[in-house]
Design a protein. Sequence first.
Length: 149
Amino acid sequence: MKYGLQTKTSTLIILLLSCGILTKAKILNECEAMRELQRGGISRTFMSNWICLMKNESGMNTQLITGPKGASNYYYGIFQISSSKWCTRGRVGGICNKRCEDFANDDIQDDIVCAKKISNMDGFKAWNEWTKKCKNKPLPNIRNCQRRR
């Protein structure tokens, strides 16, 4: 009996890992975040603001999902993109025309596209944590990160 339970537990863990349910979230450091942002076309001029935003919204966790907050509003990924306006849970939609779940993985390039759209429409003030912890405050120093060649 003990062997059967252990086998079932091991099988369940393997199944969950293969489905991506128990994957370990990627936590970016500042230089990794800078490289990803550069790849996504973010100007170095505002790089420290973007990194401050990411640190304070998600702790640089690419897979973070939080909520619900308010009327079943969830937040996804490294930028904590809101399901109330920018994406739709379970299907493509919202202003960014994406499934919210697509923002909760290690590939943040689609997150960057949506975050740029949010910034273009509402500025950094669209993110409460940026307003509280980055606006008019010391920003991360990224001078020691290597520039993209």
